[in-house]
Design a protein around this ligand. Structure first.
Ligand SMILES: [Zn+2]
Length: 124
């Protein structure tokens, strides 16, 4: 059994989690729990603007993953790598991600390359 505080602590385990829950809710999806993360699947609402219209499959905020469709294993593993990056980088993740995105774009982004690579920048 998990008490109310435990459930809340699991629901918001990282500072970026509320952003992910907000994106998921504004996409008209209900969360499911998978591998210690919350997954929202939707191609409507905010997910349509952020993901589907830009050709992205999923986006991660802390322990919350919003996906345009139910994620294939390869995509799920990629997003779980981002979860580990959030855990290691803490509050620095989002500013660092956007800073590196401006400099490198998506394809050469160091955190994206790490998430796509069999060798990891951060071990568990
Ligand atoms: Zn990625």
């Amino acid at each position: 059994m998990v008490d109310r505080e435990g459930r809340l602590a699991r629901f918001i385990a990282h500072h970026a989690d509320p952003i992910g829950h907000l994106v998921g809710i504004l996409s008209g999806a209900r969360p499911r729990f998978r591998d210690g993360c919350y997954l929202y699947v939707s191609d409507r609402g905010l997910a349509r603007l952020i993901l589907a219209r830009r050709g992205y499959a999923a986006i991660t905020f802390g322990h919350v993953i919003v996906a345009a469709g139910y994620p294939a294993d390869r995509i799920w593993r990629h997003e779980l790598r981002h979860v580990r990056q959030y855990e290691r980088l803490g509050c620095a993740f989002l500013p660092l991600y956007f800073l590196l995105y401006r400099r490198h774009g998506y394809g050469a982004h160091p955190l994206e390359r790490d998430a796509a690579s069999p060798t990891r920048l951060f071990e568990q």
